[in-house]
Ligand binder design. Structure first.
Ligand SMILES: [Zn+2]
Length: 537
């Protein structure tokens, strides 16, 4: 979903215009445009579903018919919104307008499949935007062709393998096999490397992403950095204190992954039973779970609307959420991906908001943390025992879950510091963070941070995951306190979260929605307590 978080710069310091706004002609035009926008989203969702290779037609119509509807609704939409100004309309109307314009921009731009060419990243005249596109392509052409022991691995599979290869020498070799990707992204780490030129040009974009993430939690500007440092400090004190080589870090927190490997089969079925036990039967909620491996399928996991839920002729026509997932090696990592993406799907199915505000960009951070409410469950031994039939210990599960969280937090802090001072040496910034907080041996000679596509595709976006982890921990603790444990099922779960959290989509601003749900603003307490518990057995 990261691509969606792009163009929300239209926010708005709220002016003193709330009164009389409802009578403004522009406000009426925005309201009246909602059904057209819904048609537009439905057509876009149908086309993307067909283009994913899943089916040749959707809802009884082929691609050409949907394309025709797409263009017709786009034309009407553009005409309706052309003269509308955000001045003089209510804050809600302004958010709806911004969301419609952003939705049009998103669905009329190129797809999220890497469209550029990695070689373009070395071209000195490339603009920041061109560098992002080229570098993102490197994640496909170089990143998904990691050569190890005579086989070619995708980046995701290689990172997963680092958690499971038992021999230290082989782990080191696998880690070093990613060097071509580091080099494609950051060359020799000279100031004119592709990444460093890209970041210099796109620093303002990165700072906007960071500010948006903070704003979606109602945090004052700059507060996010302190939160991330606190999480890293807690990890630094709670975890082991011996220094690890970078190829040992993932292996060190992944013993649960290795334990559960033996029984991690039939994951799709396990996932379906889990959601059924939560009162969120995926089939009944019309969720499409596309796990087929086929040529041309998107290399990343995502969830989108095949069609949105909307009011039609006085009745609610339910959404059809579509999960596209690449189930690599069966294991805890894949189980987590399935439970995370299915979490998005059941969130989408519960939304009862006006079309423009079902999934506005500013909901990104909250939506990712909603998906992890269930995503995190698979690390709990109760989940593993019930749905797979074997389990690690609670302490192992916590380490596995928080180990990948803390890496996201480290990348979030890396981006905050790089965005603030784009001339910094990224290897030095990454080495400082990972050696100080994660006790990883310094290797400033390698750009080993360069294994996340978001860093180049959408600079400044990693904070969304990093701060999102605080929200997930807070929400999970709150839900547990209200309805009891749910990691191994609890039929009250879906009615509870649908009614109080999911149904609003983005109609209520995320920070307000979270504050209403929790009865207070999100705090760091739950995640910090979770991390501190790593030390206990
Ligand atoms: Zn997600």
């Amino acid at each position: 979903m990261s691509a969606r978080a792009l163009a929300v710069v239209m926010l708005a310091a709220v002016g003193a215009v709330a009164t009389a706004a409802a009578d403004s002609p522009d406000e009426h035009r925005i309201d009246a445009t909602e059904p057209v926008f819904a048609d537009f989203l439905d057509a876009a969702g149908a086309i993307e579903t067909i283009d994913s290779g899943l089916t040749a037609s959707f809802d009884g119509q082929d691609r050409a018919a949907w394309q025709e509807r797409f263009e017709r609704s786009l034309h009407t939409l553009n005409a309706a919104l052309a003269g509308v100004s955000p001045k003089g309309i209510s804050p809600r109307g302004r958010r709806a307008l911004a969301a419609m314009r952003s939705g049009v921009a998103f669905h009329t731009s190129v797809s999220s499949a890497p469209a550029g060419n990695c070689d373009d990243a070395v071209r000195p005249s490339a603009t920041g935007r061109e560098l992002r596109t080229a570098l993102y392509a490197c994640f496909s052409s170089v990143g998904d062709a990691i050569q190890f022991e005579g086989y070619s691995f995708t980046r995701g599979d290689a990172l997963g393998l680092l958690e499971r290869v038992d021999e230290p020498e082989r782990r080191r070799a696998l880690f070093m096999a990613m060097e071509p990707l580091w080099r494609a992204v950051n060359g020799d780490n000279t100031p004119d490397s592709p990444y460093r030129r890209m970041l210099a040009a796109e620093a303002a974009h990165a700072r906007t992403n960071i500010a948006d993430a903070e704003a979606s939690l109602g945090l004052p500007a700059g507060a996010g950095e302190r939160w991330l440092e606190q999480a890293l400090e807690a990890w630094s004190r709670a975890g082991r204190s011996e220094t690890l080589e970078p190829w040992e870090f993932r292996y060190g927190y992944s013993s649960a992954t290795r334990t559960v490997q033996a029984c991690a089969h039939h994951l799709e079925d396990a996932n379906a039973r889990f959601f059924d036990d939560l009162g969120a039967n995926l089939a009944r909620l019309l969720v499409i779970v596309d796990v087929d491996a086929r040529p041309g399928k998107a290399p990343i996991d995502y969830t989108d609307f095949a069609r949105i839920g909307r009011s039609m002729a006085g009745a609610w026509r339910p959404a059809i959420p579509r999960v596209s997932i690449h189930l690599g090696e069966e294991g805890l990592g894949s189980a987590n991906e399935l439970a995370h993406e299915s979490g998005h799907a059941v969130h989408y199915a519960a939304i009862r908001a006006r079309p423009s505000l079902q999934m506005p960009d500013e909901l990104s951070l909250a939506a990712e943390s909603f998906a992890d409410i269930t995503g995190w469950s698979v690390f709990n031994p109760a989940w593993q025992r019930r749905y797979l039939g074997c389990a690690g210990t609670e302490s192992e599960g916590r380490r596995a879950r928080l180990g990948s969280v803390i890496l996201d937090v480290a990348w979030g802090l890396f981006e905050i510091r790089m965005a603030r001072n784009p001339a910094s040496d990224p290897n030095a910034v990454w080495t400082e963070i990972t050696s100080r907080y994660l006790h990883i041996a310094p290797h400033p000679e390698w750009s080993w941070w360069a294994v996340r596509g978001q860093l180049v595709d959408d600079p400044g976006y990693m904070i969304t995951y990093a701060l999102g982890a605080f929200v997930t921990a807070d929400l999970r603790a709150h839900i547990r306190a209200r309805i009891g444990k749910f990691d191994a099922g609890n039929r009250s779960w879906y009615p509870f979260v649908s009614d109080r959290l999911f149904r609003y989509g983005g109609e209520v601003e995320p920070q307000l929605l979270l504050r209403r749900f929790l009865g207070r603003p999100v705090t760091q307490a739950a995640l910090l307590a979770d991390i501190r518990a790593i030390g206990s057995r």
